[in-house]
Design a protein. Structure first.
Length: 245
């Protein structure tokens, strides 16, 4: 996928979250069941658990963490100023940075190291397989020795209720002055009708098992845990818990 297409797809979601941040926050006020299985034990004696939540959205994982881990240092990063403000108000003891994880340059991540790095509900918004791998690789470099990278992969295309939300790429292009090059799209790329306003869509990518395997082949990490959880059927998200070999 070329740079122009990646930027165009990222802009789809920038517009979505700019207009839907308040509604998005209101619908996402609870912990995901899968988080209960993550390795969130205490850090070394005398030191708080260091956690990077990338991106953090409205901070709900930080809230969940606060209920599970007494001593912690939580840092959340996100590109949406409105959601960051919500997170900061809900978690006054946390730290927050405004960062765009889809920037063309290397992801502007804090240096760490962190005992736990999370990437939940986001990889489906990252355009291009190479960029998804680059983001995961950058997050992995922020791990402390023995740390864990915890990610979720939304398997929306396995559910008919989500496939019914698909919007046509041709119709999208016809309504825009700058078209998306459809030849640059990858298998699994979709526009989904979403939000409170008519015509509001999100760009989402469905990563199947073969693609996930290609990520793992490219990373200097091994799988410490892999499981499905969340959603009404209990398997809407694939979780990967990764760490040094």
């Amino acid at each position: 996928m070329d740079t122009a297409t990646r930027r165009a797809l990222a802009e789809v979601n920038e517009r979505f979250y700019a207009s839907e941040a308040a509604a998005f926050d209101a619908r996402r006020d609870h912990a995901w069941p899968g988080w209960s299985r993550l390795p969130l034990g205490p850090a070394e004696p005398g030191r708080p658990l260091r956690v990077l939540d990338a991106p953090c959205g409205n901070g709900r994982f930080g809230h969940f963490l606060g209920q599970r881990v007494e001593r912690r240092r939580y840092l959340g990063i996100d590109a949406n100023e409105e959601l960051l403000a919500v997170a900061h108000a809900a978690l006054p003891d946390g730290e927050f940075l405004e960062r765009d994880l889809l920037a063309d340059a290397a992801p502007p991540l804090p240096p760490g190291p962190f005992d736990v790095v999370t990437c939940f509900g986001f990889l489906h918004h990252v355009p291009g397989r190479a960029q998804r791998i680059a983001l995961l690789a950058a997050l992995a470099t922020r791990l402390a020795p023995g740390g864990r990278l915890c990610v979720s992969v939304w398997r929306f295309a396995e559910r008919e209720r989500f496939l019914r939300r698909r919007a046509g790429w041709d119709a999208w292009n016809a309504a825009r002055s700058r078209a998306i090059d459809l030849d640059q799209l990858e298998t699994g790329d979709h526009l989904l009708h979403w939000g409170t306003e008519p015509g509001c869509v999100r760009y989402c990518h469905h990563a199947d098992d073969d693609e996930v395997a290609s990520w793992l082949d490219a990373l200097p990490l091994r799988v410490h845990d892999r499981f499905r959880a969340d959603g009404r059927e209990g398997d809407l998200n694939l979780y990967l818990v990764l760490g040094p070999a």
